[in-house]
Design a protein around this ligand. Sequence first.
Ligand code: ADP
Length: 247
Amino acid sequence: MTIMFNKDRPVQPGPTEGNLRVRFTGLNAGYSGRPVLHQLTARITALTMTALVGPNGSGKSTLLGVLAGVIEATSGQLRYAEGHPPAFVPQRGAVGDTLPLTVRQTVEMGRWGERGPWRRLTRQDRTVVDTAMERLAVADLAARQLGELSGGQRQRVLIAQGVAQQSDLLLLDEPTTGLDPESRERIAALLTELVTDGTTVIQATHDLDAARAADSCLLLSNGRLVGQGSPDQVLTTTALARIWQTA
Ligand code: ADP
C-alpha cells in the first residue's frame, strides 16, 4: 500500500480539485496495538462546514487528531491544499478547569505555534489575540480565570484560542456538547460566521442540529465511514437508527 503524507507540504490543487481543502484516501490510524480508523476516504471542500457524526467510540476524535497532525496515520494518504497548518480546538473536558490560567493567557497560547511557548508576544500577536477575543465575545472576560467560567464561555475561549492561530482550517472536537441551547446556538452561529469569512471548519459533534446545519457530514461507525454527503443524504432516520443500535 502507498504511504504518503503531505501534511506539511502544500499541494497545488489540480484542475478537478480547485476547491478542496483536505483529501484523504485509504486512511488507517489508531493507538499502539489498537487500530481505530479503517480505510477512510473523503474530500473536504474549502470554505464549508463539515460535521463528523457517529456514536461514542466511533473514531471522531481520532480522525480529528489525525487531521490535526497530533496522531500519526498508520497508512493511507492525507493531503492538504495550500494554506496554513490546521488549528485544533480540543474537547472542553480535555482542558483542565483548574489550570491557573486567565482567559487572555489561554487565548495567547494560540500564538505559541508562531512564537514558541512562554515567549514574549509581539504587538501584532497581541492585536491578533484581542481580535480573536472580541470575535468570540470574551474580551470582557480577559482577566477572569478559566475555571470560573460557564461551559459556554469556556468553549468560546477555546475557540478564540483556535482563531488566534490564524489558520484557514479549524478543527473542533464536540464544541457544543453539554452546553445549554442558547450557548449551542451562539457557538453554531459563530462557526457559521467563520466559514463565511474564509475558514474551512470541521467539527466532531453529537449535536444533530449542528450536523444538520453543516454543508456536509461524514458519518462514522466503528471506525469506518458509512456515509458522506449533504446532511439530508447522510442523516436519514434509517442510517441513524442502524448506527446507534449497533453502537
Ligand atoms: P469518538 O470521538 O467518536 O468518541 P474516539 O476517536 O475517541 O471516538 O475513540 C475511538 C476508539 O479509540 C475508542 O474505542 C476508544 O476507546 C479508542 N481510543 C481513544 N483514545 C485512545 C487512546 N489514547 N489509547 C487507546 N485507545 C484509544
